[in-house]
Design a protein around this ligand. Structure first.
Ligand code: UD1
Length: 434
């Protein structure tokens, strides 16, 4: 079993560069299915969710080459529209293949997606919108067989600014004849990034103020794109720095993407210095509490940054209040965080974090990706050596996390139990033989 062993107490310092955004990479890789040519995608993070997406692309008939953080996908020969259940269940974003396969081939046979258990995460908005645009669905348990019967282009009004539904509608509509408009579309920076990628291949997707206009084109051509830096990773580093009274520089930030989180770090007493795309964060010895944080769609405070922030606030002076409005099950990690001696009470979608002076080490289990990041932040701040299990969740969204945190003066190791046992028995044999 793999786990992280973290000896807490070191203040983070040094410089770290962000990798590409997971939530951009996944839809952009999925969009490559629409292109009858070569897509060169730079700054693609090496994450388990990205690897799973590349496997799906290969299974559909795409050729995939990787050269460092550059991925080259050629979807000229895509001819399969089927994705097996186990691939679909590995991550939530697999549902985006629905839009791209329907757009490219007019047919998609797949299953309901999986993903982190942070809520019921239905896909009703995806399906309703695609039906309005002419897609037909046959459901059989978790199996979905979909075709495009009578393609339409119209205004789609989303009841909630869902990121995934917005992306699926875009992917579906890029190659349809006519103009589709999404009203109340998600405004997350990753939507603009998806549009930029599609436009680099000759598409016409215009994102503006909560509306997305997709002017259908006959075909997309080869294109090249660089994925935006990961704003959630940036906020995770900021929380870890805040929790350890650190002083770090985060390189390659996009300030506008992080604007929703900056005020809360200021409120906690952190000093932020922006110099072009470099952000320096200097944390005080002890953080101040934040009065109230409410997670909201962009440009609100991101739900994905909530858990690491909560972890930082566990040792702040006073009581902080966090309201989660996006996912109903996003405090599952809290009982694990409390094992470090944190004092967090959950009342429905509210977390009250009563700051304690010092966290103590514990052995804990990640419950989901960002909840896992909260446990990392907790362990970095805690006295003593902690173990974090279920790190497969963390690997979905953080590339070689132990390396980047080690570079920031953290004492963190990825341990493979089996290898450790082997090493120990070899050492024992050597002792006996000598
Ligand atoms: C994406 C992100 C995820 C982030 C979330 C919110 C990716 C790969 N994932 O997830 O990291 O936390 O945005 O910023 O980009 N909903 C419905 N019906 C639907 C679709 C959504 O009820 O058809 C609900 C969801 O259950 C959730 C809320 O809407 O409560 C937000 O979901 P959505 O914005 O779609 O998030 P995801 O695209 O799943």
């Amino acid at each position: 079993m793999n786990y992280f062993e973290i000896t807490g107490g070191n203040s983070l310092n040094g410089e770290v560069r962000l990798h590409g955004a997971k939530n951009s990479a996944l839809p952009i890789l999925t969009a490559a299915v629409l292109v009858k040519g070569q897509c060169v995608i730079h700054n693609c993070p090496d994450l388990s969710d990205v690897r799973k997406t590349l496997e799906i692309l290969k299974s559909l008939g795409c050729s995939v080459e990787q050269n460092g953080s550059t991925v080259i996908i050629d979807a000229a020969d895509v001819n399969k529209c089927y994705i097996d259940e186990s691939s679909m269940r590995k991550m939530r974003s697999s549902i985006l293949f629905l839009g791209s396969l329907l757009g490219r081939l007019g047919k998609a046979d797949l299953y309901l997606p999986g993903g982190c258990e942070i809520g019921t995460r239905p896909i009703d908005m995806h399906l309703n919108a695609l039906m309005e645009l002419g897609a037909c669905f046959n459901e059989n348990g978790s199996y979905l067989s979909c075709t495009v019967k009578n393609p339409q282009c119209k205004r789609i009004i989303l009841p909630f600014a869902s990121v995934g539904a917005t992306e699926n509608i875009i992917l579906y509509s890029v190659l349809q004849e006519g103009t589709t408009i999404i009203v109340n579309a998600a405004r997350e920076p990753e939507i603009q990034d998806l549009a930029d990628f599609i436009n680099s291949c000759g598409g016409s997707v215009i994102v503006s103020n909560g509306e997305v206009q997709i002017n259908g084109v006959k075909a997309l051509h080869s294109g090249e794109h660089t994925i935006i830096p990961d704003r959630i990773l940036a906020s995770t580093y900021m929380s870890a720095c805040a929790a350890t009274a650190g002083d770090i520089i985060i390189d390659d930030v996009k300030p506008t993407h992080l604007a929703p989180v900056f005020p809360y770090f200021n409120e906690m007493g952190c000093r932020l210095y922006l110099d072009n795309r470099r952000l320096r964060i200097v944390a005080p010895k002890r953080l101040k509490r934040v009065r109230k944080v409410t997670t909201l769609p962009f440009p609100g405070f991101p739900t994905d940054s909530q858990s690491p922030l909560v972890a930082a606030l566990t040792t702040a002076r006073g009581t902080s209040c966090i309201k989660e409005t996006i996912f109903e099950n996003r405090f599952r990690y809290v009982s694990e965080l409390n094992r470090f001696g944190a004092d967090i009470e959950i009342n429905d979608n509210l977390a009250l974090i009563n700051g304690v002076r010092q966290l103590q080490c514990a052995d804990v289990f990640a419950t989901d990706l960002r909840g896992g990041a909260a446990l990392i932040v907790g362990a970095l701040a805690a006295q003593g050596t902690s173990k974090i299990y279920n790190i497969n969740f963390i690997d979905r969204g953080y590339e070689a996390l132990e390396k980047s945190f080690s570079g920031l003066n953290a004492d963190i190791k990825r341990i493979n139990d089996e290898e450790r046992e082997k090493d120990e028995s070899i050492k024992e044999c050597e002792k006996i033989c000598s």
